[in-house]
Ligand binder design. Structure first.
Ligand code: ADP
Length: 629
């Protein structure tokens, strides 16, 4: 018979399996049982609409058969089985190689850990077996096939005899060594505890023939043994179990296995709703961003069960985009089993569930923010940007829901890593403070260094530091929080001066009208206006904007790949108290050419301070050098 080769990927995976450390090897059982359960799920689902299946619900089961003499462990299921093509496809190639590849490549040196905690599938059998034999007959097929492999050298496929539909996997266990006792996987107690540990919630019974000793009738010290077919798992799905019976570890184990994420989740939300719609839910917020989360490949959604039977792997209608990082399961008694995907979209029950799910996620996050700030900030660093996008998207439709979950860096935080909420900001506002101030830039230190931010701080007021591109757009969408408007320190009137100050400044501006006109000519339309500033304290110059688009928004919008360019209405602001202003006044009468050069220099400095690029860095450098010689 022809020996076939594994694909390169699979070969690498096998290699990893075979060389993994012993403590992780036990998970092979979990993997094989979970495959068996999936296969039964498929046939069971089919049996609901197809009379030909001929297996009663209660007869679906998985059996473990340890054989000490032959040194084999066999896992048997009466699930859907595999055709020859499926055998080839499924066991010759690693099914989810995409995610696996990532995990193994990213963890050079710690591969073994990955194996211990990540769902590694069928190949894990080779961690404990020197030869694996799979006999299988697909539902609806008369022919059964046998697949056999001793690991990296490849595999064979042949026809075989098998009476019933389903799959049987025979593991010929590796020989025991000084440190590794594979024979243990033939012991009842060991198998029983492994099933309890990893597969307790599997919906179908996992059975094993076990031996029991008891006193022989009529004697006092003579024992006899008898065997019974025992069911090892409780079969209640995790989400239907009583919260009080479950430990943190149970939740974590379930999460890891179900969602193939070896990290510990940040929080779980386990609840039962009754009323307009009845369902059980078990939701998780991951602690780490999935590697593909911010890519197109990421699919949001919750697993949807209708009364214990899975009907959809990822039901995206159940999760709003702003909570797309949530993983979990919804199991409802109110959904029909044969509902189609198209119908599901319009299903009233489903809409009700989605609304309730959104609310419970929000409440959980709000609770976390209140009770465990450190954990919330961990969450925020991973997924906060998603909430900000959510605030901004759909014309701010969800801003009410999300605004109290948002965090921002701020001048009141002890360090650049610190965060504040909008409510906290408002609680610290001075009585006479009109606005919630913010500065936008690429980092906290950049924002903090803006001259206008300095001025606001000096007046004893707090400044939010917006460091992500979406930030200012989100605030613009919220418009006002607790009736306080947001104010960019680099735009418009900061509302910090008295009426007298204002008219004094107006008068001064009027006096310098001709100077400013001359300077504006020198800048050749690059700025909409030049005026004396009320936002400058120690610095001679800054750039501000008028209108809806701020300088930061201009940067963000122009960086987008749409090709459309926007420009903020720029205003060059000067500090009347700074000696440079006196110089400009003098040059206006003495040396107009020099005035033009200085104006250009000031403008370019202002651009740089705002984190914008100058048009011609070489020309700028030449200008400075000319002044130096
Ligand atoms: P995964 O289960 O993550 O898809 P595996 O490597 O464990 O990856 O299995 C690959 C595929 O082989 C499965 O998706 C399934 O189609 C098939 N398979 C594995 N075990 C069985 C089984 N006991 N019965 C039917 N099909 C199976």
């Amino acid at each position: 018979m022809e020996q076939k080769q594994f694909q390169a990927e699979s070969k690498r995976m096998l290699d990893l399996m075979i060389h993994s450390i012993y403590t992780h090897k036990e998970i092979f059982l979990r993997e094989l049982i979970s495959n068996a359960s999936d296969a039964i799920d498929k046939l069971y689902f089919r049996s609901l609409t197809d009379d030909q299946v001929g297996i009663a619900k209660d007869d679906f089961c998985i059996e473990l058969k340890p054989d000490k003499e032959a040194r084999t462990l066999t896992i048997i299921d009466n699930g859907i089985g595999m055709t020859a093509e499926e055998l080839e496809q499924n066991l010759g190639v690693i099914a989810h190689s995409g995610s696996l590849e990532f995990k193994t490549e990213n963890a050079q040196g710690e591969n073994t850990d990955i194996i211990g905690q990540f769902g590694v599938g069928f190949y894990s059998a080779f961690m404990v077996a020197k030869r694996v034999t799979v006999r299988t007959r697909a539902y609806g097929s008369d022919t059964a096939y046998v697949w056999q492999s001793e690991g990296v050298d490849g595999y064979t496929i042949d026809t075989c005899d098998k009476e019933t539909v389903g799959t049987e996997i025979v593991l010929e266990l590796l020989d025991d060594t000084e440190d590794e006792n594979y024979g243990e996987f033939l012991e009842e107690y060991r198998l029983r505890s492994l099933v309890k540990k990893y597969s307790d919630y599997i919906r179908f019974p996992i059975r094993m023939e076990t031996t029991h000793e008891h006193l022989k009738e009529g004697t006092e010290d003579e024992y006899e043994t008898h065997t019974v077919m025992e069911t090892l798992n409780s079969q209640t799905p995790m989400w239907k179990r009583n919260k009080n019976e479950l430990t943190e570890e149970d939740y974590t184990n379930f999460y890891r296995e179900k969602f193939m994420d070896y990290n510990t989740p940040l929080v779980h939300i386990h609840s039962r709703q009754e009323g307009a719609v009845t369902y059980n839910s078990l939701l998780y917020i991951p602690s780490k961003v999935p590697y593909d989360y911010y890519s197109k490949e990421y699919e949001k959604g919750l697993q949807l069960y209708a009364n214990g039977v899975m009907i959809m792997e990822k039901c995206s209608d159940l999760l709003p985009d702003h909570f797309s990082f949530v993983r979990g399961i919804i199991d409802s008694e109110d959904l029909s089993l044969n509902i189609s995907r198209e119908m599901l979209q319009h299903d009233r029950q489903l809409k009700l569930i989605a609304k309730a799910v959104e609310k419970s996620i929000k409440n959980e996050l709000a609770k976390l923010l209140k009770t465990d700030r450190a954990k919330y900030e961990e969450f925020w660093k991973a997924f906060g940007i998603q909430l900000k996008f959510g605030t901004y998207q759909n014309f701010g439709m969800n801003k009410e829901l999300l605004q109290d979950l948002l965090l921002f860096h701020s001048s009141s935080c002890e360090d650049a890593e610190g965060f504040t909420t909008l409510a906290e900001y408002v609680s610290r506002m001075r009585e006479d403070q009109k606005y919630i101030y913010y500065a936008a830039g690429e980092s906290v230190s950049r924002c903090a260094a803006l001259p206008a931010a300095e001025l606001v701080r000096d007046k004893g007021m707090e400044v939010l530091y917006l460091t992500e591109s979406v930030d200012e757009f989100a605030l613009k969408m919220i418009m006002q929080y607790q009736e306080k408007e947001f104010k960019n320190v680099s735009a418009g009137d900061l509302g910090l001066e008295s009426e007298e100050d204002k008219s004094a400044l107006d008068a001064k501006n009027e006096e310098s009208k001709d100077l400013f006109a001359e300077m504006q000519k020198a800048l050749d339309g690059k700025v909409k206006a030049i005026r004396l500033s009320s936002r400058l304290k120690s610095h001679p110059v800054c750039l501000s904007s008028e209108g809806q688009i701020s300088l930061e928004m201009e940067k963000v919008l122009n960086a987008m790949p749409t090709g459309e360019k926007v420009q903020a209405e720029r205003v060059l602001e000067l500090n009347a108290e700074h000696p440079i202003f006196a110089t400009l006044q003098r040059l206006y009468t003495e040396d107009k050419e020099k005035l033009a050069t200085y104006t250009d220099l000031l403008y370019q400095q202002a651009l740089l301070m705002e984190g914008m690029s100058v048009e011609d860095p070489v020309a700028l450098s030449r200008m400075i050098c000319d002044l130096m010689v």
